[in-house]
Design a protein around this ligand. Structure first.
Ligand SMILES: C[S@@+](CC[C@H](N)C(=O)[O-])C[C@H]1O[C@@H](n2cnc3c(N)ncnc32)[C@H](O)[C@@H]1O
Length: 224
């Protein structure tokens, strides 16, 4: 039974190859992978020079597909660790004929292999697993090593936008960005008041239904 399920997933992943640029099963361990650069030429990929944005931990990709539909003059890269989840987003992308999104099935740690420095305008971190501080902190998507990677990918003036329901994780991330030279702002109230456009993610919809507070930050990079 389990074997049949896996086989079915492999077929579905093959079916989305057109939009799936990186597949977890095709890459070696992270240290070897990041030494062997395979930078992606975005102009060649999207056939335009529009800004490129990145979401890490896209889940079923509802957020990024909506961003892409609303902003046809921007391009989007969606990164997700779990292949059974990313396949759903990639299938939706093909079904709805969204042309400005591509998917990476890998962990955030592998991205230095594919993303050139100074090439990304915005990075979205939406409801990344908060993992408790201490033992599991090393898995957080705002640990120092990754924050420095984000700084590297972003163009001058580029920005990380992070949403979470976890106050401790929000405060940790805020400090991490500030400590590493970003200009950080808590924009939670601007999102609530509608001053800044908000596209709700799958997790966000669930949390909002439960009236849970949502914390949002903007971390801008100044490279001059
Ligand atoms: C709680 S879900 C949120 C999904 C979506 N962003 C949303 O808001 O509905 C977090 C997602 O991040 C992914 N994730 C966690 N760590 C990751 C990593 N290191 N690299 C890429 N994706 C990761 C998980 O597999 C999961 O799908």
């Amino acid at each position: 039974m389990r074997i049949r399920k896996k086989k079915h997933l492999a077929e579905r992943l093959d079916g989305v190859r057109e939009v799936l640029l990186v597949a977890m099963r095709d890459i070696p361990n992270v240290k070897l992978a990041n030494l062997d650069k395979r930078y992606i030429d975005f102009k060649e990929l999207f056939l335009n020079e529009y800004p490129v944005n990145l979401e890490i931990g896209c889940g079923k990709a509802g957020f990024i597909l909506e961003c892409a539909k609303r902003n046809s003059k921007e391009n989007y890269l969606a990164v997700e660790l779990l292949e059974n989840i990313i396949v759903m987003g990639a299938e939706k992308c093909l079904k709805e004929q969204v042309k400005n999104v591509r998917f990476f099935n890998c962990g955030a740690e592998y991205l230095p292999r594919y993303i050139k420095p100074n090439s990304i305008s915005k990075i979205f971190l939406n409801f990344s697993p908060p993992y408790p501080a201490g033992t599991y902190e090393n898995r957080r998507l705002t640990k120092t090593e990754l924050v420095l990677d984000y700084k590297d990918y972003l163009i001058d003036g580029g920005e990380v936008l992070q949403k979470t329901d976890d106050k401790d994780f929000f405060e940790y991330s805020y400090n991490q960005f500030e400590k590493n030279g970003f200009i950080v702002k808590d924009i939670s109230s601007d999102i609530e008041s509608g001053k800044i456009e908000n596209i709700q993610t799958e997790y966000e919809k669930k949390f909002r239904k439960l009236n849970m507070p949502i914390y949002v930050l903007s971390a801008k990079v100044n490279k001059e």
